[in-house]
Design a protein around this ligand. Structure first.
Ligand SMILES: [Zn+2]
Length: 379
C-alpha cells in the first residue's frame, strides 16, 4: 500500500516547525517519480525562521486542481508519554502512530497515492493540471509558507481553479465532515492603567481592577450575533486576567486581560476592533488596547467544486458530508483569496495529541475519496 508506506516515510522526518528534517524531499521525490515538476521554495524573513516549501505540478492546461498541505508538525511534548517513538512511523495492528499521522502527513500521502492511481488510469489523455502546494510553516508563524508560495505563484501567472486542503476535518467516519470556510480569529489585550497606592488610603490611588472588570463584563454579556446557515454564532472568550500583585495591602498600578473572538462573516476584524474601542472608552478609563487579527472569516462560494467533493464522498462512503465552518484557522485563510477552497481529511480526534495515530483503513478510504474527486473534477 503506497499511501501507508509514504506516510510512514514522512513520519520518520521529525519536521517540527520550522524544521524540514527531510520531509519536503520525501514529497518532492515521490512527485518527481509521477512526472511532476517540483520547485523547493525556501523563504526567509528577518522576523521569522527560514522555511522550506514545495510546489509541484503536472500538466500545463486548465482546469487546475491544487492540493494544499503542510509537512510541519507540532512538538510532541514529553516523548516519554508516548507509547511509541513519535518519529518512528510505528505500526501496531491496524494503527500507524506518529506526530503528524493525522495532521497532516497522512492526507498528503493519500493525495499523492490518489494522483498516482489517477494518472495511471488516464495516461497521456489527461488534459488538466494537478499541483501540490506543501508548506513547512503552517503550525508555526505562517510567515514563510503559504502566503509566500501564493505570491510566487502569482508572479508566475499560475492560475488555480480549485484547492483541496488535507486538514483533518472528519469526526467519526472519513468524509463525514468537510470544511467550507472558517471563522475569523481576533486576539486582543487590554491594560487598564491606575495609580498604585495603599489600600488604607484609596483616595490617593486609582484602582484599575474595577474598570477592567467593567469592560470585560460589558463585552462578554453582549451577544455578537445569532450565527447563520453556514456559521455558528461568534464567540468571545476571556483567556487571562492578571494584575501581578502579590500584596494584599497594595492597590496595583495596572490590570491586564487577554481575550479572543472567533467570529463569523457577520463581522470583520476591524468592525469588532471599533466596537471594542467604543466599549473601552465608556468603561475602562485610562487604558491600552492591542489587537492581532490572525484571519478573517471566509466561506467557499456555492458551485461546481463543492458539488464535486460532496458527490465524490457520497460515492465512496455512501454518506453526505456535513458542511462545516467550525474549528480553528487553516491556511485556507490565505488561499481562499485566490480560488475556492474545501478542506477534507482524516479524523481529527488525535491531532496534536500524545499517541497521534491513523487507522490504515482510513488512509485507504481517504485515498479513494481523493481519487474520486480527481476523476470528477477532470471529467
Ligand atoms: Zn494541520
Amino acid at each position: 500500500m503506497y499511501a501507508l508506506d509514504l506516510c510512514q516515510r514522512l513520519l520518520k522526518c521529525p519536521s517540527i516547525t520550522p524544521k524540514d528534517a527531510g520531509a519536503i524531499a520525501v514529497v518532492s521525490e515521490a512527485l518527481k517519480d509521477l512526472g511532476f515538476t517540483c520547485h523547493v521554495l525556501s523563504f526567509s524573513d528577518p522576523k521569522s525562521p527560514p522555511v522550506n516549501n514545495l510546489y509541484g505540478r503536472i500538466g500545463t492546461n486548465r482546469p487546475h486542481l491544487c492540493f494544499a498541505g503542510h509537512t510541519d508538525v507540532v512538538p510532541v511534548g514529553d516523548p516519554a508519554h508516548w507509547s511509541f517513538n513519535p518519529f518512528a512511523g510505528y505500526i501496531e495492528g491496524e494503527l500507524l502512530y506518529g506526530r503528524g499521522a493525522i495532521d497532516m502527513k497522512g492526507a498528503i500521502a493519500c493525495f499523492i497515492a490518489a494522483s498516482s492511481a489517477f494518472l495511471q488510469d488516464k495516461g497521456p489523455t489527461f488534459k488538466g493540471s494537478i499541483s501540490l502546494m506543501i508548506t513547512g510553516d503552517e503550525e508555526g508563524p505562517a510567515v514563510n509558507g503559504t502566503v509566500k508560495i501564493l505570491e510566487w505563484l502569482k508572479a508566475r501567472n499560475e492560475i488555480i481553479d480549485a484547492c483541496l486542503i488535507g486538514e483533518p476535518t472528519s469526526k467519526t467516519q472519513i468524509g463525514d465532515t468537510v470544511k467550507i470556510g472558517r471563522r475569523g480569529s481576533l486576539n486582543a489585550k487590554i491594560i487598564t492603567h491606575g495609580t498604585q497606592g495603599h489600600v488604607a488610603y484609596p483616595e490617593l490611588a486609582d484602582n484599575p481592577i474595577p474598570r477592567l472588570l467593567g469592560f470585560l463584563t460589558e463585552i462578554s454579556k453582549t451577544p455578537l450575533d445569532q450565527g447563520s446557515e453556514d456559521f455558528p454564532s461568534s464567540n468571545l472568550e476571556i483567556t487571562s486576567i492578571d494584575v501581578g500583585n502579590p500584596a494584599s495591602n497594595v492597590i496595583p498600578q495596572a490590570a491586564y486581560a487577554d481575550f479572543n473572538i472567533r467570529y463569523n462573516n457577520a463581522h470583520t476584524g476591524q468592525g469588532l476592533i471599533k466596537w471594542l474601542e467604543e466599549v473601552a472608552l465608556k468603561t475602562a478609563g485610562k487604558h491600552t488596547l492591542t489587537f492581532n487579527i490572525s484571519g478573517e472569516p471566509f466561506r467557499t462560494p456555492p458551485g461546481a467544486f463543492k458539488n464535486t467533493v460532496i458527490k465524490a464522498i457520497e460515492k465512496v462512503t455512501g454518506h453526505t458530508p456535513e458542511l462545516s465552518t467550525s474549528g480553528g484557522t487553516s491556511d485556507g485563510r490565505f488561499i481562499h483569496h485566490h480560488t475556492p477552497v474545501i478542506e477534507c481529511g482524516l479524523k481529527n480526534a488525535t491531532a496534536h495529541q500524545i499517541d497521534e495515530h491513523v487507522a490504515t483503513q482510513d488512509l485507504v478510504i481517504l485515498q479513494k475519496i481523493y481519487k474520486e474527486i480527481l476523476e470528477r473534477f477532470f471529467e
